[in-house]
Design a binder for this molecule. Sequence first.
Ligand code: PLP
Length: 481
Amino acid sequence: MTRKSAGRISDELAALDARTRYLTPIFGSEASDVAMPDKKINRKPIEPRIASEMIREYLSIEGNATQNLATFCQTYMEPAATQLMAENLEKNAIDKDEYPMTADLENRCVDIIGSLWNADPEEKPMGTSTVGSSEACMLGGLAMLFRWKKLADAAGVDRNAKRPNLVISSGYQVCWEKFCRYWEIDMRLVPIDEGHLSLNMDTVMNSVDDYTIGVVAILGITYTGKYDDVCTLDKLVGSYNRNHPSLPIRIHVDGASGGMIAPFLEPDLKWDFRLENVWSISTSGHKYGLVYPGVGWVIWRSKEALPEDLIFWVSYLGGEEATIAINFSRSASQIVGQYYMLMRNGFDGYKEIHQRTIDVARYMADEIGKMGLFEMLEKAERVPIVCWRLRKDANVPWTLYDLEDRLRMHGWMVPAYPMPENMRDVDVQRLVLRQDFSMPLAMLCIREMKKQIEVLNGARVVLAGGAGDDKVRNGFDHSGR
Ligand SMILES: *Cc1c(COP(=O)(O)O)cnc(C)c1O
């Protein structure tokens, strides 16, 4: 190597070094000056501190999760939990043979949650973790479909004559629509109405026939937070079954939110495996199971409830272990997180967290009720959900959608939406609280709501009074939307 060429190489290295030197401030770097890759991968690598900061900034302008009152999904876990989860990100939950201790924790979660739902170990309950309630509901639905096919064949029902059907309240979550569409099942909706904001017990059984694979009860209707009356449904289904012994109907409870609240706050409420026709229950671990998204759980009460066809066997510790989930690979960290939450909180911890969250939600419900403009549809009676509509005599020049927009401008996400089928002309606004929404935040949110209502009320003055009015300065024009 000549001196000259060696010099050139070291010059180049020095130049390279200067470009990427650690001393270069992140936002003084060349990389921070180029567009973030979009549609095509970039050719050159970018230093981690620069790439991560650019992405962090990019994400930072979307809403703040704590102020997102639209979601049931957890927006807080304590540092010890997130650290433990981060330490297990690389483990694949499906590798049960390779990670037997992780598999063991998953089984423990199934048993613990099953016991919260009063499953009887004598009946040999079975269950699995899932990505969330959607996968869990899909599995619950599939088990109903497979059981029905067998029973229908045995009973001599012509399965080709009609599509099977599933009976559910019109306040269902979209995962049930997916399930029915994927598997070509008729969704028999029991409409909710002003007098029945949950499954209508007077009419539900009218929808049931020989082609019904099952009835879904919802614990925490997403629209309003109401619980379906599973206990009454169980009685109705029980008497139907006595008259139809060859084609009995069973209940799946979609307890996405309520499934991890009711056991702690209303242990005497019978909605779970204490009812003989409740054959499967699903929940979202990432809602009131208090884990970050995505983990869910589905449990069947007995071996009979879960058709063999839905069970696959993988090798495990020299033997075999059942896998039931639809997804194959995913990180084990959510399962570890769920086990941590159960162990760390215990029964009393969950109860305290949920009770406190509900107390804050009830405070907000009271305050919103006191504003005199709204008819309260749900005041956090059972889950921390508050839901209201404008009073018919409110006589205000704005809608709930305007209020949603105004709150959004100030960071608060409180969605307004129309009620489902049969009540489409009714608009409601809903807020969902989680553990990290404390009383001081609730007070701030209420204060902002009052302020924005005043601004909205003033908007009419802008239109009527025209330019020159004080309110013009805030740039809000009600008519321009
Ligand atoms: C949230 C929810 C679902 C879907 O749950 P994911 O965990 O988000 O998949 C299903 N049913 C009900 C009643 C829900 O509230």
